[in-house]
Design a protein around this ligand. Structure first.
Ligand code: FMN
Length: 164
């Protein structure tokens, strides 16, 4: 069984989760950024990870999912600044299901990631009140994903691989 972990990460949070997942996987495995992956040919399972940006999944990830995941076994992982269970979260994360239509989505995982200080500073200057509100909750995200979230990501990896 050959497994790929591929991810997009601007400030390192999703990369931490990707590495935690990768570390747990049994069998043949590879880890790459999404921009390094041409397609999913030759992999039996692909973990695909990204951050939530502006209340949605990143456009480049949408394109990747819709071009490459039809008929493939995939597992999704995401990081976001709001705490897990935040009421609007499903409306932001849910669009991966439309983008990956036709894929066999084995499971998904999401957790909080730190909002980096340069991003806080940038968002504070935004005219969008929602973005400003994010910036104000930025300090509460410090240190995420922490060890307990990393541990949950590892358990997710094991659970997904056991299902496939
Ligand atoms: C431009 C921008 C927009 C963001 N929008 C959201 C958002 O809508 N909801 C949210 O929970 N987090 C949002 N975030 C926070 C990121 O999802 C979070 O910091 C994530 O862990 C970043 O992952 P990375 O370090 O792998 O890039 C945003 C971050 C940036 C830079």
């Amino acid at each position: 069984m050959k497994t790929l972990v591929t991810y997009m990460s601007q400030t390192g949070n999703t990369k931490k989760i990707a590495e935690a997942i990768y570390g747990e996987l049994k069998g043949e495995k590879e880890i790459k950024t999404i921009s390094e992956v041409k397609n999913l040919e030759g992999y039996d399972l692909a973990f695909i990870g990204f951050p939530i940006l502006q209340f949605d999944i990143p456009p480049v990830v949408k394109t990747f999912l819709s071009a490459n995941t039809k008929g493939k076994k995939i597992a999704i992982f995401m990081t976001h600044a709001v705490p897990e269970g935040f009421e609007a979260i499903h409306s932001w994360t849910g669009s991966y299901k439309q983008a990956a239509v036709g894929a066999d989505i084995v499971d998904s995982f999401d957790c909080q990631g730190e909002l980096a200080q340069p991003i806080i500073d940038m968002l504070l200057k935004s005219d969008d009140p929602q973005m400003k509100a994010f910036a104000e909750m930025g300090p509460l995200t410090k240190g995420q994903p922490d060890e307990s979230r990393i541990q949950k990501a590892k358990e997710f990896a094991t659970k997904v691989q056991a299902k496939v």
